[in-house]
Design a protein around this ligand. Sequence first.
Ligand code: BEZ
Length: 213
Amino acid sequence: MSALRLGDTAPDFTAQTSEGEINFHEWLGDSWGILFSHPADYTPVCTTELGTVAKYTEQFKKRNVKVAALSVDGVESHHGWIKDINETQNTTVNFPIIADEDRKVATLYDMIHPKADNTLTVRSVFVIGADKKIKLILIYPASTGRNFDELVRVIDSLQLTAYQKLATPANWKNGDDCVVSPAIKTEDIPTLFPKGHTVIKPYLRTTPQPDIK
Ligand code: BEZ
């Protein structure tokens, strides 16, 4: 199959996980989702990544985001490794780790890049909206642990811009000024964004981040 692209529906699947069998779309329900792969259980970088995700539970919950991890190891291996993650990272893994031994999900999501590794998954991240559409794809090499603050930042931007005619500029963080969508006429900005606005160029207009309604 061809590689997934932004706007595609996240492929559905049924899989065994460390928390039992899940049907992905049913499990997501009305939530946003993060599906992320890691190369293998009992490896150092992956251990820190999964421990970090567990520590971000409240951040993801606040944003209505469910998280699932995936590697090509089996359920028994996941259970043993979760004990190590909890012990060494001082946390409690409370999200499912998919046991994709037959590489069904990894193939659906194009998570195996043979020139990087023939059998193991790379570090892929898919952010999926409440509409089940893919909103973000990141692909990292095995040697680089991911930055989960960046994922939270992007989800804040995605959720803001999904509901408001805004975009977010370089290095934006939640609470910073936003960019008004080019589709909005400058004369219509005060009605849409009453907190004020600045016209830097006719195509570059900023406004304070609106309050969440
Ligand atoms: C790790 O998670 O530490 C790792 C996994 C595969 C290759 C290199 C590092």
